[in-house]
Design a protein around this ligand. Sequence first.
Ligand code: FMN
Length: 194
Amino acid sequence: MALLAISASPRKGGNSEQVLNSFVGGASTAGRETEIIRLNGLNFRPCQACGLCAATGKCVLKDDMQFIYPKLLSCEGLVISTPIFFGTIPAQLKMFIDRFQCWWYAKFKLKKPFIPNEGKKYAFFISVGALKKKEHYQCAQDVVEVFFHVANFQRKGSLLFRGYDEKGSITREPQNLQKAFQAGIDFVTSLHQR
Ligand SMILES: Cc1cc2nc3c(=O)[nH]c(=O)nc-3n(C[C@H](O)[C@H](O)[C@H](O)COP(=O)(O)O)c2cc1C
């Protein structure tokens, strides 16, 4: 699969998901296989800090995350789209990210590279919030950046949509979805040019 898309909002068809759908639409138009995963629809627990992954690089919790790890390994590119909640990412996305502590052990302690001889893969970050100040989006971007680093992704680009609160308000300016659509095309095209 070329593009794995993670939708972090609990609001189905909300602003960040609409932008993500456009991004993925662009990728599909460019002829690439895509898959969207809604985190809110998954059944998974937060990291329990049990430390068992320190020896193996693998998480022992048996839940939907076990289907997600292989998808992250096999995708060519990754896009995460998230709303801003209380100045950062929503709990669903934080829970998802924390479950990659096993990869942190694998990469930095056990020195088991997950993507041998391939180097880093590309990722894209999208966020949508009600507030207008750019600094307000920095915390979310920083957290996701740490995740990209641990999971061996290099951020290729990002889109911030500021000042959108009520559901569907993102479509107020049609150029928002057009921008995301074009970014999706450009992103998957860049995957080929590596
Ligand atoms: C629990 C909660 C907390 C929020 N906190 C913030 C915030 O700190 N900053 C902000 O700009 N918007 C905040 N918002 C507004 C959302 O980011 C905004 O409505 C966004 O468009 C939601 O995207 P979605 O439709 O994809 O869920 C919050 C919304 C909720 C439900």
